[in-house]
Design a protein around this ligand. Structure first.
Ligand SMILES: Cc1ncc(COP(=O)(O)O)c(C=O)c1O
Length: 433
């Protein structure tokens, strides 16, 4: 079916050509964190376009790029003080992988070349990012083009935590797979481990258990491996803190952000690197062998700066925490005893529901039913945008629904989301029966 034509935004709603309004409960794909028509952002874009739309970074820096870099550097955890702007998430991940590789050349460890990542992760669709990603469905047809990446288990407690383990023991066991993978590689050849702190599109808002990322950080440090966190989807306030990893108490060496950075008002992503990495380049070759024409685009930076300043000025991350708790409560009461909702999970306004054929055995639905697609259509018919996906378990089996509403939602919006997602899931189940 052809998609409706979106013609206008109105706060948390997208309006199509017929005037039908859609409550954006997923921010598209966890993008539109400020809703769709925020005047402060529109004004900032207008003003910057009137002054200077673009100046190539090979010649100039610009005021909005410097101001946005300063904004991010002063708020990022650890020593992530150096910012490299890009035009989206895949570009940010791609740059992270290349920066990690060149860093080891700069410091005289040219043998380091291997990336370790996790199954069921998503890091983008360009070839480097796709190779790092562990989602079989997305990788399959491009497999011959992908570089070798070692994949370890995700941290997916709902399915993989054993009965004889508590969360801490489970987290240790799966984190220790990284140590084993590093030891199994040729000595000192691993350059980086990459992971999403809360796995988004491919698994449906799966946070790591407490302690997992801390142990990952220790293992990376012990072996001189860089830790890259992909916060393209879960970062920029989505989980209730500006960076998701703040809640895990770790700071990575490199972090990729995008989506919520510009909130969809402009295409923009960024890679944040530590001073240590920056200094290695400065005192080495002096040049990162990378670049794209539109990096640091002046209008994109001005828009993202307006988005981030608005979120901070309006204290919207407090609202993310409050409304996130309300959303979880609403979903628990609507689905807490639902035979086909196996798990409700996430952090802040980043929430996933895993749908199962049988709640007691966790048996998934037959993928041929395409339950996730039916939920999406049922929700759109009812004027609700959500982000369902199949292949939750292994790229083929499993269905989940991801919710990631704008940070400006109120209690009435949350109630409407819970009611409509409930109706949509029930309608989809009836259709699939
Ligand atoms: C965690 C993660 N990394 C990378 C990407 C790729 O970002 P983009 O689609 O902007 O290239 C996505 C997009 O969904 C993502 O969720």
């Amino acid at each position: 079916m052809d998609p409706p034509v979106a013609v206008r935004g109105d706060g948390v709603y997208v309006v199509d050509g017929s005037g039908k309004r859609y409550l954006d409960a997923s921010g598209g794909a966890a993008v539109s964190c400020l809703g769709h028509s925020h005047q402060a952002v529109i004004e900032a874009i207008r003003e910057q376009a009137g002054k200077l739309a673009f100046a190539h970074t090979g010649f100039f820096t610009t005021e909005p790029m410097e101001a946005l870099a300063e904004f991010l550097a002063t708020r990022a955890p650890g020593r992530l003080d150096r910012i490299y702007f890009l035009s989206g998430g895949s570009e940010a991940v791609e740059a992270a992988i290349k920066m990690a590789r060149q860093y080891f050349l700069e410091i005289g460890q040219p043998q380091r070349r291997t990336v370790i990542a996790r199954r069921q992760s998503y890091h983008g669709n360009t070839l480097g990012a796709l190779a790092a990603g562990g989602n079989q469905w997305r990788r399959a047809q491009f497999e011959p083009l992908l570089t070798d990446v070692v994949h370890i288990s995700p941290c997916y407690a709902y399915r993989d935590q054993r009965d004889d383990e508590d969360e801490a023991a489970y987290g240790r066991r799966v984190a220790d797979e990284l140590e084993t993978a590093i030891q199994q590689a040729e000595p000192d050849t691993v350059m980086a481990f990459i992971a999403e702190p809360v796995v988004g599109a491919t698994a449906g808002a799966v946070p790591a258990v407490p302690g997992y990322l801390k142990r990952i950080r220790e293992i990376c440090d012990r072996h001189g491996v860089l830790l890259i966190l992909d916060e393209v989807m879960c970062g920029m306030g989505r989980t209730g803190t500006l960076f998701a990893c703040e809640q895990d108490g770790v700071a990575p060496d490199l972090v990729a952000i995008a989506k919520g950075l510009g909130a969809g008002y402009q295409p923009i992503g960024a890679l944040l690197a530590t001073d240590t990495i920056f200094e290695a380049f400065r005192s080495g070759s002096g040049f990162f062998q990378h670049g794209h024409t539109y990096m640091g685009h002046a209008i994109a930076c001005a828009a993202a700066l307006a988005v981030q300043r608005t979120i901070e000025a309006e204290r919207l991350l407090d609202n993310v925490q409050r409304m996130g708790a309300l959303l979880r409560e609403g979903l628990e009461s609507r689905f807490g005893n639902h035979h086909h909702v196996g798990d409700i999970r996430g952090r802040g306004l980043f929430v996933g529901l895993e749908l199962v054929a049988d709640r007691s055995t966790k048996e998934p639905f037959d993928p041929a039913k395409r339950l996730h697609a039916k939920v999406k259509s049922a929700a759109m018919a009812r004027g609700l945008m959500c982000y369902p996906m199949g292949g939750t378990i292994d790229g083929r089996r499993g269905d989940h629904v991801l919710l990631a509403p704008p940070f400006i939602v109120d209690g009435e919006h949350i109630a409407a989301i819970v009611e409509t997602i409930g109706d949509s899931i029930d309608a989809a189940l009836a259709e699939a029966a």
